[in-house]
Design a binder for this molecule. Structure first.
Ligand SMILES: NC(=O)c1ccc[n+]([C@@H]2O[C@H](COP(=O)([O-])OP(=O)(O)OC[C@H]3O[C@@H](n4cnc5c(N)ncnc54)[C@H](OP(=O)(O)O)[C@@H]3O)[C@@H](O)[C@H]2O)c1
Length: 364
């Protein structure tokens, strides 16, 4: 029996836990048991951008014959994590193999390994072929030495840190658009933390964080930021400093106030996320550079072309490993196999009440 959690695409608080017959495994397919996988604000934004970027399509219930009798339009939230092969009709992938990648919130999933190498494979399930290849890749964790350490931290931080690394790389490549300061919004988020860490390691640019009042102490204590202000005290920032915004919050009210405060001193606005997913839409500024969307998979593809796959992995690892070592000081990871815990934590993320000091791992 496969258990999965469906989300009403029009109302993320409306969820349905369903049990479905797993059925017979198709030829050339593998069946995996999913978990543990991580939950962060990023997963909520996958749903917010579900129609625009196509995140709903990866694990759409209809593509897996999951039928619901209610009229609501149901989807499955994607997550990053580990899985184990529990059945195989694919000669090159043995039962017991451990993998890492992109999954639905479910107990099991059937995948069709294609483009197999010693490092991993792509899921060649027909409905996934037109989706971004970065999300279709699965890694054999035993053949990738970067999984050897901090196993519990990896699903929480790994997909986010890759984005952090790429933002830092992009801004440095553009000489920070002539700015003296990078201002990170939702500074307590893991993606912001990783970006601040990379910027600080590079040195030569002021790294400032903007966060909610309740997360300000935590954010300061990480030591990644030269200055931290809360959304309420953003006018305490020096408006004369030429600034690049890295926006993980996507809260139109906050960005409007920043444009009013910095005016033409906003040299670039890198729109990364919408952790404040219920916040208003971003404004069209009269002064200062307008927002430009940052899509990590596109930047990753560009750098893989520039540096080659090995070069990309080496450059990323040079920052990733020390960041992971450092994260143990400010991030504690909890693992649960209790569906009640998952539903509680999911609700806390929707409401913005989850602790930034915790990493959450689950398995159904
Ligand atoms: N473009 C890309 O390719 C890409 C890739 C990775 C991540 N991202 C984005 O980066 C953002 C951060 O993701 P993450 O996984 O790193 O987050 P996280 O670590 O789970 O961040 C949690 C933080 O986000 C804020 N937050 C979360 N939910 C909220 C809510 N409902 N209302 C108000 N504030 C809320 C709070 O920060 P504050 O109190 O500091 O505001 C909270 O401490 C997301 O929007 C994600 O989509 C984008």
């Amino acid at each position: 029996m496969n258990q999965t959690i469906l989300v009403n695409r029009a109302d993320f608080t409306d969820i349905s836990v369903v049990n479905i017959e797993a059925g017979e495994l198709a030829p050339d397919f593998i069946r995996i048991e999913i978990g543990p996988w991580a939950l962060t604000a990023n997963n909520i934004t996958y749903m917010v951008a579900g129609d625009i970027i196509g995140y709903w399509n990866f694990f759409a219930p209809e593509a897996y014959d999951i039928k619901m009798e209610t009229a609501a339009h149901w989807g499955r939230m994607p997550v990053w994590g580990y899985a184990k092969v529990i059945e195989s009709n694919c000669a090159d992938v043995a039962v017991g193999t451990d993998i890492y990648g992109f999954f639905p919130v479910a107990k099991t999933l059937d995948m069709k390994p294609v483009k197999l190498t010693s490092m991993g494979f792509q899921d060649g399930n027909t409905h996934r072929m037109e989706l971004h290849p970065i999300y279709n890749g699965y890694t054999f964790i035993d053949t990738d030495p970067s999984f050897a350490r901090h196993k519990d931290l990896q699903p929480v931080l790994r997909p986010l840190f890759t984005t952090s690394f790429l933002i830092d790389d992009f801004l440095a490549d553009e000489n920070f658009f002539g700015a003296e300061q990078v201002l990170l919004l939702s500074a307590s988020s893991k993606t912001a933390m990783g970006t601040a860490y990379c910027l600080k390691a590079r040195s030569g640019i002021k790294v400032t964080g903007l966060t909610s009042e309740g997360n300000a102490h935590f954010t300061k204590d990480t030591g990644f930021y030269d200055e931290v202000q809360s959304y309420d005290s953003l006018t305490d920032l020096n408006p004369e400093v030429k600034t690049v915004i890295v926006d993980m919050a996507g809260n139109g009210d906050v960005t409007r106030r920043l444009y009013e405060h910095f005016e033409e001193n906003i040299a670039y606005n890198c729109m990364v996320g919408k952790s404040h997913w219920q916040g208003s839409a971003p404004p069209k500024p009269k002064l200062g550079a307008p927002a430009v969307m940052f899509f990590a998979p596109d930047r990753a593809q560009l750098r893989i072309k520039d540096w080659g796959m090995d070069g990309f992995a080496q450059n990323l690892a040079a920052r990733w490993i020390p960041f992971c070592d450092n994260a143990q000081a400010w991030l504690s990871v909890e693992i649960s196999e209790d569906i009640g815990d998952y539903l509680k934590t999911y609700a806390a993320f929707l409401e913005g009440k989850a602790s930034p000091a915790k990493g959450y791992l689950f398995k159904l």
